[in-house]
Ligand binder design. Structure first.
Ligand SMILES: Nc1ncnc2c1ncn2[C@@H]1O[C@H](COP(=O)(O)OP(=O)(O)O)[C@@H](O)[C@H]1O
Ligand SMILES: [Mg+2]
Length: 406
């Protein structure tokens, strides 16, 4: 058994007058994947779809259904069309009967099924589209959105395994477009294979499991939505814009939000943004400034603290930098963090004695670093262990001196 429900190999198609609409298309649609053919107007999407149920025959090349090459005899085509249903872009061109019932029952009637069975199929398809009440209505009294639903019910009544939608949201207002997309999701959840074409990058990005980008009758690329929509070269070549969600994503990342994945839809994005800012894994690091030498084993405690903070996961990274007299290795640590994609560095001086003169140099050192990395946000937090209590401890120790030497 093939892993692909529909496949094309080197398909070339010309309309009368020599218009070459498909210029050697090869693609394979994987079973169970919500697949989108994405391309600008005139790319060849509708022409491609008409090959999938044998309405058009390639000039050269081959088309396969379930791994078997499509044949164009009458019986083969009738069989193929039972399995592969197409919902056309414009319902006006698809609907021809007087009433909704007559329209949707036409296919099952043609299969010479008994009337009660035909009625059952019609009822079920109308119900799936939420238009049971329109059953007796004349088609020409329906709104565009209602006609669109009837055209889908039309195809559903034939119970095909594969449902192909040519630009299903074209000419629909955003609310109706969303409803249609919900219906497609429902059909997918009920085990139907759904393939759609669109020029709408937002729909393709949010809905698809897999995307084929076509333009001028050729496939420019294929991949998961995450792969395709982060590939600026393909988008440019195909005259496609970035999905708005990815524009928002880019802005948020610039502002320091760290995402562990690309948000696929508004709901996804909201979930991420709903998290409290201080609970989020930000694209920021903590830099602990301590006094001493890297070589000294005395820094063990600081390292343990840094490890603990790292494990808490509130920061992308936790580093320790050293102040040695007036030679802090701050710049080195910052460079390492910036190279790792950190956008915000919070510096916390720790365990520095009050008397050490470099303390007052810290803001100056940080300013130098900021000048080198103007895009990185740098903050200085209150020092810890740098307060009068340390003085008290020292003077207590001094009072309780053990031995007096000479
Ligand atoms: N019936 C036709 N006769 C002649 N040329 C056509 C016909 N239908 C489409 N074309 C041409 O074929 C190319 C692909 O069209 P089409 O498959 O409709 O693209 P899409 O669906 O991506 O907008 C376009 O250049 C279009 O002008
Ligand atoms: Mg089209």
């Amino acid at each position: 058994m093939s892993d692909y429900i529909l496949e094309m190999k080197d398909v070339v198609f010309e309309y009368p007058g020599g218009i070459r609409a498909l210029k050697g298309i090869s693609l394979a649609i994987e079973k169970g994947k919500k697949s989108v053919i994405l391309g600008p107007n005139g790319a060849g999407k509708s022409t491609l779809f008409l090959h999938f149920n044998g309405i058009l025959k390639p000039k050269s090349g081959r088309v396969f259904y379930q791994g078997e090459e499509i044949r164009y005899s009458r019986t083969s085509l009738i069989n193929l069309r039972k399995n592969v249903g197409i919902v056309f872009q414009d319902p006006e061109t698809q609907l021809f009967a007087g009433s909704v019932f007559q329209e949707v029952s036409f296919g099952p009637m043609n299969l010479h099924l008994p009337l009660p069975e035909v009625e059952k199929k019609v009822e079920e398809s109308l119900k799936a589209m939420g238009i049971e009440k329109l059953k007796e209505r004349p088609i020409h009294f329906l709104s565009y959105g209602q006609k669109k639903r009837v055209s889908i019910a039309d195809v559903l009544a034939m119970e095909p395994d594969v449902l192909i939608f040519d630009e299903p949201t074209a000419y629909l207002d955003p609310k109706h477009a969303e409803k249609i997309m919900d219906i497609l999701d429902e059909l997918h959840a009920r085990g139907k294979q759904i393939i759609l074409s669109t020029h709408d990058v937002n729909i393709a990005y949010s809905w698809a499991d897999y995307v084929f980008v076509i333009k001028d009758g050729m496939v420019l690329g294929n991949g998961t939505p995450q792969e395709i929509f982060q590939d600026n070269k393909i988008l440019e070549e195909a005259d496609l814009k970035k999905p708005f969600l990815l524009d928002i994503y880019d802005v948020l990342r610039e502002k320091g939000f760290f995402f562990d994945r690309l948000p696929r839809n508004i709901c996804d994005l909201r979930n991420i943004c709903d998290l409290r800012r201080d609970e989020m894994v930000m694209n920021s690091a903590l830099l602990i400034l301590v006094h001493g030498s890297r070589a000294e084993g005395s820094q063990k405690m600081v390292f343990e603290i840094a490890e603990k903070l790292k494990r808490k996961g509130e920061y992308q990274d936790v580093e320790v930098a050293y102040l040695q007299f007036n030679h802090p290795d701050l710049a080195e640590s910052v460079e390492r963090l910036v190279e790792n994609g950190i956008a915000e560095i919070i510096t916390v001086p720790a365990f520095l004695f009050q008397g050490i003169h470099v303390i007052k140099d810290i803001p100056m050192e940080l300013k130098k670093v900021k000048d080198r990395y103007p895009k990185v946000r740098i903050a200085l937090a209150n020092p810890i262990g740098y307060d009068d209590r340390i003085c008290d401890v020292i003077s207590d120790r001094a009072k309780g001196r053990l031995i007096e030497i000479c």
